[in-house]
Design a protein. Structure first.
Ligand code: ADP
Ligand code: ADP
Length: 224
């Protein structure tokens, strides 16, 4: 069955309707691309299904649990234990080294420094950035930084990685390399990936596409 489903999501910001009856579903281990033009509601959909933003109405179910009925604290615990996140910019802590950044989610959940950094380094090897362990984010390239961010998103063994325009700040060569490493690493960890993008060449790494237009989403498999 589905790991995560959402039905009839509605969300407004003042006079702006960001979501107008959007739906979503993903199976365990599946890579789904959420596509659509700028301003169509892709990021809002991602933030709702990831439990970051509460929709005004509609329902979200994760693994049989009603996310829309949870308290803020319960949603925050769900995000920490089950989800990983990769964003377009500014997600690495500039004062920490790359290995400390990757280890951070494990440190926050109580792992020792040694244990957290050992696991972090294994993920950095998988993403081919282990040689950057001692560098700070300001000393690495955009593509390297995104690979460090992908390693961090996977370090807690999440069931779902949410990636919002993860290659948006990269050239096409580095963007494709990040997508290849992200989807390979997620598949080997049996993590599902929700990928928000407006670029077809990025969506090409997915198993299935959901298209958002004016706050409404369509599962392309069902439509065609
Ligand atoms: P996309 O990711 O497809 O570009 P968004 O979900 O970011 O679309 O935005 C959908 C609509 O909602 C846009 O009109 C956007 O300006 C608006 N919007 C999104 N987030 C906010 C917010 N925090 N405050 C006000 N308006 C917002
Ligand atoms: P866009 O709306 O054009 O996709 P961004 O990709 O910069 O803009 O950010 C999308 C959303 O993700 C923003 O609303 C922001 O609040 C959120 N976001 C970005 N980076 C982080 C982060 N490191 N942690 C949590 N939320 C973030």
């Amino acid at each position: 069955g589905s790991l995560l489903t959402a039905q009839d999501l509605r969300k407004t910001y003042g006079p702006t309707t960001a979501l107008d009856g959007a739906e979503f579903s993903i199976h365990p281990g599946e890579v789904v691309a959420v596509m659509g033009p700028s301003g169509s509601g892709k990021s809002t959909l991602l933030h709702c299904i990831a439990g970051i933003v509460m929709p005004d109405s509609g329902s979200i179910t994760y693994n049989g649990r009603e996310v829309t009925a949870m308290s803020d604290a319960e949603r925050s615990a769900l995000r920490r234990s089950e989800f990983g996140f990769v964003f377009q910019f500014g997600q690495l802590v500039p004062e920490l080294t790359c290995v400390e950044n990757v280890a951070l989610p494990l440190r926050l959940s109580g792992s020792s420094r040694k244990e957290a950094e050992r696991t972090a380094l294994a993920w950095m090897e998988r993403l081919e950035v282990d040689d950057l362990r001692k560098k700070r984010p300001g000393e690495v390239s955009g593509g390297q930084g995104q690979r460090v961010a992908v390693a961090r998103s996977l370090v807690t063994n999440p069931r779902v990685v949410f990636a919002d325009e993860p290659t948006g700040a990269l050239d096409s060569f580095n963007g494709e390399r990040v997508m290849e490493l992200l989807t390979d690493a997620a598949r080997s960890a049996n993590a599902a990936v929700v990928l928000v993008t407006h670029e077809a060449r990025v969506a090409a790494y997915s198993d299935r596409e959901i298209v958002v237009r004016d706050g409404r989403s369509r599962d392309m498999e069902r439509v065609v």
